[in-house]
Design a protein around this ligand. Structure first.
Ligand SMILES: *Cc1c(COP(=O)(O)O)cnc(C)c1O
Length: 369
C-alpha cells in the first residue's frame, strides 16, 4: 500500500490476447456498430446467463433506464429512493417524470416497503426501486403493492448482475430491470448496459428508441435517440462473461475476509446476508456508528495510507444542488442517517487478502474509547 494506491474498485479485464482474438473478426467485417455479430452474440449469451425472457443492450446503463422509462410511456409521479447513484433520479427527471422519494430500511438500505403506500397518489405511475450494493429489494411486497395500485415496476439492477432470488434470475422481477456494464461494475463491457423485461412487445420499441426511432429505410416513427452498444464494447463483454463466475468467487474471498475481521465489532455495522439470495459481492459497505468509529475520520486515515474508499451514497440525491429546492433529506431520515455514516471499502477480484487485513487494521485503530 506504500507505493500503490488502492482504489474502491479495479475493472475486470480479459487477457490482452483474448480480447485481440475476439475483435479480429471486426477487421474482416468492417462492421463497427449498429447491432453487428458481437452485439447479437453478447445479447444471446446474456439472455441465457441472466435467465430472462427478453433483453436489449445499450451503450450504457443510464440510457438503458431512460429508454425503458420512455418505452413504457409513463406520465406523472415515480416512487424511488434517494439512496442511489445520481443516474436513477436523473433518468426519471429527464423522461419528464416527477420523482417521489421513499425512505430506505436500515437493514439492507433498499426501499422501505412499509412506506410506499403512503406516497401513492392518483398521479403515481411507477416504482423505481434500486437493488443497492447488490442487496435485493423486497420484490414480493413491491409486486403486491404494484398489482394493487396498477403501477409499473422498473428496477435499477445496476449492482445486481447475475444475482438470483429463490433461484430465479434477478432480471425477472418487476416489469423490467436495468443493468449497468460500466467499467466499475461486477461485469463490464467498458461502458454498457441492458434492460431485461417481461413484455416481449417492448423489444421493438426499445430497439427503435435506441436507434433514432428509425423503423425502416424510409420510415422514422419516434423521436428516438442513439443508445446503441458498439462491437468493441460487445466483444469486451463476450470476453468478460467467460470469467465473471470466477471473478465473483474471488470477490467472495475478499468479502469473507472483511467479514471475519469486522463482524460483531462494537460500533461497526455490516450488511445482513439473506439466505435466499445468490450474491455477486458487488460492494462492501460498512456503517460506522459515529461514536466509537467516525466515518470521515476513517476515510482520512485510509487516504493517508493510500487507500481510497468511497462514501457511496453521500450526499443523498434529495440533497443534490439540482434537487434540494424541491426536496429535503429530512423527509428520508433513515437514508440520511446511513448516508452520513457509510463507507464503501475497496473490493475487486484481485484485491489481496493481505491488503484487506491492512485496511481492517487501519479502521480498527481509529476506535474512540
Ligand atoms: C452505475 C449505475 C448506474 C448507471 O450506469 P452507467 O452504465 O454508468 O450509465 C445507474 N444506477 C446505479 C445504481 C449505478 O450504480
Amino acid at each position: 500500500m506504500k507505493n500503490k494506491q488502492i482504489l474502491v474498485t479495479r475493472s475486470s479485464m480479459p487477457t490482452f490476447d483474448e480480447y485481440i482474438d475476439e475483435i479480429e473478426e471486426i477487421w474482416d467485417s468492417h462492421w463497427l456498430t449498429n447491432m453487428g455479430i458481437k452485439h447479437k452474440t453478447l445479447e444471446k449469451e446474456l439472455k441465457e446467463y441472466l435467465q430472462v425472457p427478453n433483453i436489449t443492450l445499450f451503450t450504457n446503463g443510464h440510457l438503458a433506464l431512460e429508454c425503458i422509462l420512455k418505452a413504457m410511456k409513463l406520465r406523472g409521479e415515480v416512487i424511488t429512493t434517494p439512496f442511489t447513484f445520481a443516474s436513477t433520479t436523473h433518468a426519471i427527471v429527464r423522461c419528464g417524470l416527477t420523482p417521489v422519494f421513499c425512505d430506505i430500511n436500515d437493514t439492507d438500505y433498499t426501499m422501505d416497503v412499509s412506506k410506499i403506500e403512503d406516497l401513492i397518489t392518483d398521479r403515481t405511475c411507477a416504482i423505481v426501486p434500486v437493488h443497492v450494493y447488490g442487496n435485493v429489494c423486497d420484490v414480493y411486497e413491491i409486486e403486491r403493492i404494484a398489482k394493487k395500485y396498477n403501477l409499473k415496476v422498473i428496477y435499477d439492477a445496476a449492482h445486481t448482475f447475475g444475482e438470483k432470488i429463490d433461484g430465479i434470475g434477478i432480471g425477472n422481477f418487476g416489469d423490467a430491470s436495468m443493468f449497468s456494464f460500466h467499467a466499475t461494475k461486477v461485469f463490464n463491457t467498458i461502458e454498457g448496459g441492458a434492460v431485461t423485461y417481461k413484455d416481449t412487445c417492448l423489444n421493438k420499441i426499445l430497439y427503435d428508441i435506441k436507434n433514432f426511432g428509425i423503423t425502416g429505410p424510409e420510415t422514422v416513427e419516434y423521436a428516438g435517440g442513439n443508445a446503441k452498444m458498439n462491437e468493441f464494447q460487445a466483444a469486451m463483454g463476450i470476453c468478460n462473461l467467460k470469467h465473471v463466475d470466477d471473478e465473483i468467487l474471488k470477490r467472495k474471498r475478499v468479502v469473507d475476509k472483511y467479514r471475519k475481521r469486522l463482524e460483531g465489532m462494537d460500533g461497526i455495522k455490516l450488511l445482513s446476508i439473506k439466505t435466499n439470495v445468490q450474491y455477486n459481492y458487488a460492494y462492501f459497505p460498512v456503517v460506522f456508528d459515529g461514536e466509537k468509529y467516525d466515518r470521515d475520520e476513517i476515510f482520512e486515515a485510509l487516504k493517508a495510507n493510500n487507500v481510497i474508499p468511497r462514501k457511496y451514497f453521500y450526499p443523498l440525491v434529495n440533497d443534490f444542488k439540482c434537487y434540494k429546492e424541491k426536496y429535503s433529506s429530512k423527509d428520508t431520515p433513515v437514508a440520511k442517517y446511513i448516508s452520513e455514516r457509510v463507507l464503501t471499502l475497496p473490493l475487486y477480484a484481485d484485491l489481496e487478502l493481505k491488503t484487506v487485513n491492512e485496511i481492517c487494521d487501519i479502521i480498527l485503530k481509529t476506535k474512540h474509547n
